[in-house]
Ligand binder design. Sequence first.
Ligand SMILES: [Zn+2]
Length: 263
Amino acid sequence: MSTASAGSNVDASITGLRVQLAALTRLLHKEGILTYSGHASVRIPGRDAFLIQSINDSRAGIEPDNFLVCDLDCNVLEGPAGDRPPLEVFIHSEILRARPDSQAVVHTHSELAAMFTMLEGIELALMKSHAHRWASGVPTHPDPSHIKSSKQGKELADSLGDHFGALMRAHGGVLVAETLPALLVDAVHFEENAKAHYQAATVGKINPLSREELEMLAIENNNREQHCFKLWSHYVGMGFEDGILPRDWNEKLWDSVDPNAQP
Ligand SMILES: [Zn+2]
């Protein structure tokens, strides 16, 4: 097993992905969306392979060099000697295999996501403006066990279907996006939406966004690249200020972020 190094990698796009994945992981940990568990991955362009953290690396302080390169059968192709991927790596391999439109996946053990899989007669509703992202639906994967095989990963990918997010019964959820910055934005908005549903339900009967309202919001918020740039800038800037992210990562944090959206 070879030792990967972001610094020595000749493919600049992969160096950028390593830095972005480390930043996303640290920032989602700061937001409480990733904790001691949960993980994100990103497809390596032009290869049937992806970057994912190892089973034991802390989400709070992960480094770009820490990530493993795995193929879609979850063999480790590159990475620090002795490291192995998370037990649930099959979530990522099978969703990336099933969804060529998606380049990045996050799996969380979000308490709110799990809660909405355990309520009789109540499903997660779309309550916030940016929740139009999930207007096609948020299916619930019915198997409450951890995803520890390619078979289980395929079943989860089947449950996700063509949607952009799914809940996992008594477990958490998964989201897919086209870039890592977009994935961070979706993870934040998904949690905000679940929180909004929960908060509204504590006050009274909920009145979620209608299909017509969601369609209107999708039109109104049609500049996803600009929105992702805005929020990525916000969270990265906050990460620098708080010392969550090293400032020397800055140069590599903007690969795949729409350059036209930058100031
Ligand atoms: Zn899990």
